[in-house]
Design a protein around this ligand. Structure first.
Ligand code: HEC
Length: 393
């Protein structure tokens, strides 16, 4: 009994129900890591227009472990998002949400969690106040224009209300609070005292991925020494960046025209999101389904019969599920890569640096002033400049 209570020993004991949510546990550890790295750089970041970029330069170039921490903080979301994606697909295939009402709440809180994640990405991009942050601050409000009725007023509101401290507070206070509430329902409440063994276990089994994370953070850092070593304009093509996730919704603005834009970038994501969030409420559980289906009706469905035969043994079921999950994940990551590989994730500093008179880190003359530079109003120009800065400027 003594041994049972020892969390260190129990950390290495296989426990069946944990492995069912291997990627969920994995995502949980990445969330914790993100919190830790964020906590460190938070102490050195100065959220004011004049000093934000300078403090980021200090963190990246001088602070002990600063560059590593900052780049980890940028790479962790990539792994987190993939883990959450796989966790969602697996839960969906297993229909984890069906057994009871409690499980439905788990699904709902999981899907809702994607909203703060999105806002973390957006605010996290803006606050370093590099040229990309400036771009986001000018570009995202434009996007609200496409909303019917309230659009123009919202656009004005987002431009005028922008200040770095506001977005910073959203990033480090508001969003973490919302996330903790959602995670409390989703996992924390269940873990309670098991939390440390649980995390240790998941860290141990995910070790190879965490090593990969360190390699990425060291080998592909954000160029932050532009004055000394400006990057090339197209640097970072093919390099995955968290902003891809956000920009996917904006891509239709660049790639298609007319009525399709609001459909693809507003209506479709909303329908997809709501559909996903409420899946458990319109899918029936096995018990419910078999009580209304007559045996004849069930037998006539050749596909379902085929499916059940395929998954008859637990080993076969595992293999089939593995293949499906891998296929779906690779297809989605492939589409994401295909849509965004041209974006030179790291190259903005090559032109937007002090030598070209386009300083980074301070608000340019055109800050919030579309009268001074009408291109800021032009969504097409903005998106094209992001993806093809060497051609469109
Ligand atoms: C090849 C050089 C080059 C690269 C690389 C480059 N830009 Fe630019 N950018 C320019 C030039 C030149 C202008 C001025 C164009 C104008 O005002 O008409 C500009 C203007 C801008 C503006 C509008 C500035 C204003 O007046 O307020 C934004 C925003 C911007 N760039 C963001 C970015 C971002 C984000 C990246 C990286 C994804 C990037 N740029 C990469 C050359 C570049």
């Amino acid at each position: 009994m003594e041994k049972e209570n020892n969390w260190f020993v129990s950390a290495f004991k296989p426990e069946k129900r944990n492995w069912k949510h291997y990627f969920g546990g994995f995502a949980f550890v990445t969330i914790f890591l993100q919190l830790l790295t964020g906590f460190y750089i938070m102490f050195f970041y100065d959220p004011t227009l004049d000093n934000a970029y300078k403090s980021i330069q200090y963190i990246s170039n001088e602070l002990f472990m600063g560059s590593l921490t900052r780049n980890l903080h940028r790479w962790i979301p990539a792994l987190m998002l993939i883990a959450i994606f796989i966790h969602t697909v697996r839960s969906l295939l297993r229909k984890d949400f069906l057994p009871d009402r409690h499980k439905k709440v788990l699904w709902l809180t999981g899907v809702l969690f994607t909203l703060p994640l999105f806002l973390f990405l957006a605010t996290g991009l803006i606050i370093p106040w590099e040229w990309k942050g400036y771009f986001f601050m000018e570009m995202i409000p434009n996007y609200f224009e496409f909303l019917p009725v309230v659009g123009p007023a919202m656009k004005k509101f987002f431009i005028e209300s922008f200040t770095i401290p506001r977005y910073y507070v959203i990033h480090v206070v508001l969003l973490p609070l919302i996330s903790i509430v959602l995670l409390e329902y989703h996992i924390l409440r269940k873990l309670k005292k098991r939390i440390f063994p649980y995390m240790l276990k998941h860290t141990v089994v995910a070790l190879p991925f965490f090593i990969l994370l360190f390699v990425l953070a060291v080998k592909i850092p954000i160029p932050s020494n532009a004055e000394v070593m400006p990057p090339m304009p197209l640097e970072g093509q093919w390099v995955f960046s968290p902003e891809w996730i956000f920009l996917t919704v904006l891509l239709p603005i660049m790639k298609v025209k007319g009525a399709l834009v609001p459909i693809l970038s507003i209506a479709f994501p909303i329908v997809l999101f709501l559909g996903f969030a409420f899946i458990p409420y319109f899918l029936k559980s096995k018990a419910e389904a078999s009580s209304d289906a007559t045996p004849k009706k069930r037998a006539s469905n050749a596909f379902i019969r085929f499916w059940h035969n395929l998954k008859k043994t637990s080993f076969r079921r595992k293999v089939v599920n593995f293949v499906i999950v891998t296929f779906i994940t690779l297809s989605f990551s492939g589409l994401l890569l295909f849509a965004h590989y041209e974006s030179p994730t790291l190259g903005c500093n090559s032109c937007h640096n002090i030598y070209r008179g386009m300083r980074m880190g301070i608000p340019p003359e055109t800050f919030k002033d579309r009268g001074k530079n009408p291109v800021l109003e032009d969504n097409d120009w903005m998106m094209n400049h992001w993806y093809y800065p060497n051609e469109i400027w």
